[in-house]
Design a binder for this molecule. Structure first.
Ligand code: ADE
Length: 233
């Protein structure tokens, strides 16, 4: 079965956007995955077809109406998980991506304005997902990030050259640094071990680099490593 993504958005013209290029775009053309958008505005009724309203309790901005959003969800709902992209969500991790890529696909709700009425998020048991501790102007770019991360893991999308086996997060660490020709660039040599032909020494050097950079940049990842991976204090 083809992995299917349905995007519920007020800006369907933003898609496929970058997902129509490169790896994801090629996979889309090959039919490895399928992308469909639904314009949330098509599910608004009434004279003004309004999709949002002022927040109860006061405050800035507008809130997307639960009745309109629910009708959009209903039009797409099936066995696929429903994600709601929001900076309030649980941070997306590579293990989540792997799980989502192994399933039938995704339905992704993209909010605009101040967000979506919480009742429809709760009633539909949507998974609230964040792509980082910063605020985008809407969920669309976040949805694209999730889709890109999933699609590259689908069978037949990544070649051997782009193997996911050694990349960042797969083993709970950031990845080691990469170098290519020229061996000396503007007086900057590559680390000599990489030219040694000694595969064991190269593997050891890379493991050490990955650990060092993870400790420096991501003490949270370093602390979270499984106990069996721990090597001393
Ligand atoms: N919508 C706005 N900001 C977002 C973020 N950081 N992650 C997911 N969805 C968002």
């Amino acid at each position: 079965m083809t992995w299917r993504a349905t995007i519920l958005t007020l800006f369907p013209a933003m898609f496929p956007g970058p997902l129509g290029q490169s790896l994801a775009g090629r996979a889309l053309e090959q039919g490895i995955w399928h992308l469909e958008t639904r314009d949330i505005r098509d599910f608004a009724s009434g004279k003004h077809r309004s999709v949002n309203d002022t927040p109860f309790g006061g405050g800035a901005g507008m809130v997307m109406r639960p009745d309109v959003v629910d009708a959009a969800i209903e039009s797409a709902a099936d066995e696929r998980p429903l994600l709601y992209m929001t900076p309030r969500g649980r941070p997306l991790a590579q293990e989540d991506v792997a799980r989502l890529a192994a399933g039938p696909g995704l339905i992704v709700l993209c909010g605009r304005y101040e967000g979506v009425d919480q009742r429809v998020i709760d009633a539909r048991h949507a998974f609230e997902i964040s792509i980082g501790d910063f605020v985008l102007s809407g969920g669309e770019l976040a949805a694209m990030a999730v889709l890109d991360a999933c699609v590259r893991l689908l069978p037949g999308v990544m070649g051997a050259a782009e193997s996911a086996a050694e990349e960042s997060f797969t083993n709970g660490l950031l990845e080691y640094p990469h170098y290519t020709r020229p061996a000396d660039w503007n007086g900057n040599p590559v680390p000599p071990v990489l030219l040694s032909g000694n595969h064991a020494a190269i593997a050891a050097w890379r493991a050490h680099e990955a650990e060092t950079i993870t400790r420096q940049r991501r003490p949270d990842l370093w602390q979270a490593r499984a106990p069996h991976e721990m090597k001393g204090p």
